[in-house]
Write a protein that binds this ligand. Sequence first.
Ligand code: ADE
Length: 252
Amino acid sequence: MTWQATILTLFPEMFPGPLGLSLAGKALREGRWAIEAMDIRGFATDRHRTVDDTPFGGGAGMVMRPDVLDAACEAATAANPGAPLVYLTPRGRLLDQALVRELSAGPGVVVLCGRYEGVDQRVIEARNMVEVSAGDFVLSGGEPAALLLLDACIRLLPGVMGGAASAAEESHGTDGLLEYPHYTRPAEWQGHRVPDVLLSGHHAEVARWRRAEAEAATRARRPDLWDQFTRRMAEQPNTAKAGRLDGHPAAA
Ligand code: ADE
């Protein structure tokens, strides 16, 4: 079945954009996913095709009108039945791999890209939108966030990634650790040698070294992920034992 992305945007020409190239582009041509970008302006009812208005209560900027957005949502939902409606906004829950996995496993997604100061709260609630943020920074609109959300979902679709193992193993993969560092030829470059263990041909040693590096990087760079990881390991003692490489019990 084709995973369907329906985008509500004021800039439909931004899609598929970079998703028409590389891995996602190939999968698009193969019919593993499909995209329809709908122009929100097409749902305006006045002759100026107005989609926004000034905020009640005053203040800077413009707010996207609920009536126009509701009509756009109706059309998008009809075109993509059963797909959740995601509104991209810095007010949303942070996008993470768990949400990506969930969306990727479903029939597809309807994505509302906001512009101006935001979207009238009533249509967010009436349409049961899932508010999602790409990160703790502010973009000029939801479109770049939509591209990254779709990219993350598409690469998990069946048949898209050649080596399924690489999808499973990498950072924020199923074990929630950052990835270990990578090296390739030449074995010595500008006086820096590749770690000896990687040249040893000893697969178990390599796996142990990589696991230890992944744990060390996560601990140093992402204390939040490390905390979640150690908690999970403590809750699953068998996995924790298997997961530890130094023979010590999992950290509490
Ligand atoms: N729109 C503007 N900033 C955003 C962000 N950080 N995530 C999602 N959508 C946005």
